[in-house]
Design a protein around this ligand. Structure first.
Ligand SMILES: [Zn+2]
Length: 424
């Protein structure tokens, strides 16, 4: 492989991805706009026309920003940093300051991340303070916005530095199989992160309070016990601190399994609906979605690291990025930029797996709570979050981690009709 072959192939992938994303965005915009005037029949009575139109406008507004961001970040910035020599320039700068020590590689990696973050920042700010604010969702103050960024960056440096230094050490000490040791370190790092996230990391950003005693709590304790989960793992999070969007999620494994409800969700759902949403989240645990997802990620990481191990020895890779030679910090940063372009064609597969897991969790919820309650909870979530009910089918197939609302509700209604799967 020569440097120019690498450059041509890479550029072709970048351009193809941009064209494909733009095409999908245009389809989505056309589809949502075309269905703006009428609430789909399945949702008549559940969602008023006013809310449906608002969801369409919100979807279109978000989509426009996302498309500009794609062109700027995944097009311009990406090419400037890689083939344009951006990573090489940052590495040369750190070399001039720090000489040839490990800290130089560390600074190169964080320098590239800093540049990317600075370019993405205006888009995040626009989303939060213009679009979210326009639809009445935003509750983040500029101060909180800035604090979140600082906290996130600090966390990245504190957690990332030891791992990166370990990788640099492997490169210098373990010869050609450094990427295999890196993989083992990555597995250990991920497992530590997943198991400490709920207890140590998430609380840096939000307050978590155990679900209060009372009618709701006793109501769901029975459900939780039936599903073999611990009620100590149920928390309410102050999501209202940043946004009025409501949600629920599951996290962690082993003894640190948690289900988290946003306070904004608790306010709007009835006890029966909360129970149904909880049953859905429990379904993710019961079906082992976290270990399965981790397993897939570990296999993928091994493949990617093997490619990196090979690429690290290819002069063409460095020449294409204008680097003088193999330098691990620059190689890692460059690789992290290049990889998503080649992984992007697999996006529909990842979305497909995620959607199948949602159906599994819904089926579990229909078997352990009432399907009808989950349907009305979902309708409320779609309405209050202004999520579109009429996504373009192709766009949804590629990107959506959750099945389209109509399809999901259709499945649930059928599950609800089956007497075997109806809750007592
Ligand atoms: Zn789910």
């Amino acid at each position: 492989m020569t440097a120019s072959t690498f450059s041509v192939v890479f550029t072709a992938f970048v351009v193809a991805a941009l064209a494909w994303r733009t095409f999908l965005a245009m389809r989505q915009a056309r589809h949502v706009a075309a269905h703006r005037a009428e609430v789909p029949a399945d949702f008549a009575g559940l969602i008023p026309l006013e809310a449906h139109r608002r969801a369409a406008d919100y979807t279109l507004d978000k989509q426009r920003v996302a498309l500009v961001e794609t062109w700027v970040v995944d097009g311009g910035l990406l090419l400037a940093l890689t083939l344009g020599g951006g990573v090489a320039a940052i590495d040369a700068l750190s070399a001039r300051w720090l000489g040839d020590r490990h800290v130089r590689d560390l600074v190169t990696v964080f320098g590239v991340m800093l540049v990317s973050a600075l370019v993405t920042l205006p888009f995040d700010a626009w989303r939060t303070f213009v679009i979210e604010a326009r639809y009445g969702f935003n509750r983040t103050t500029p101060k909180l916005f800035a604090l979140d960024i600082l906290r996130g960056a600090l966390l990245g440096v504190v957690l990332g530095s030891p791992l990166l230094l370990l990788v640099f050490w492997f490169v210098h000490r373990t010869g050609n199989f450094w990427w295999l040791y890196t993989w083992l370190a990555w597995i250990a790092f991920t497992l530590i992160l997943v198991s400490t996230y709920p207890r140590w990391i998430a609380p840096l950003f939000n307050r978590f309070t155990p679900l209060e005693q009372g009618e709701l709590r006793s109501r769901i304790e029975a459900l939780v016990a039936r599903c073999g989960f611990h009620a100590e793992g149920l928390f309410v999070m102050d999501g209202s601190k940043r946004s009025s969007h409501g949600n629920a999620y599951f996290t962690g494994f082993g003894r640190d399994k948690r289900i988290v409800f946003f306070d904004t969700l608790m306010e709007r759902l009835t006890a029966a609906e909360i129970e149904a949403v909880l049953a859905h989240e429990l379904g993710h645990f019961a079906r082992g979605h976290i270990p399965r997802l981790l397993g897939v990620r570990f296999v993928l990481a091994l493949l990617l690291l093997a490619v990196l191990g090979w690429l690290y020895q290819q002069p063409a890779f460095y020449q294409a990025m204008h680097l003088p030679g193999p330098q691990i910090g620059a190689a890692l940063a460059g690789f992290a930029l290049v990889v998503p372009v080649f992984v992007f064609p697999f996006q529909p597969l990842a979305s497909l797996i995620a959607r199948r897991q949602e159906f599994e969790a819904d089926a579990y919820a229909a078997a352990h709570a009432r399907a009808g309650d989950l349907v009305s909870a979902l309708a409320k979530l779609y309405r209050d979050n202004a999520a579109t009910l009429t996504p373009d089918p192709l766009h949804s197939l590629v990107y959506d981690s959750h099945p389209p609302a109509a399809l999901r509700i259709d499945h649930l209604k059928r599950a609800g009709e089956s007497p075997l799967e109806t809750a007592p």
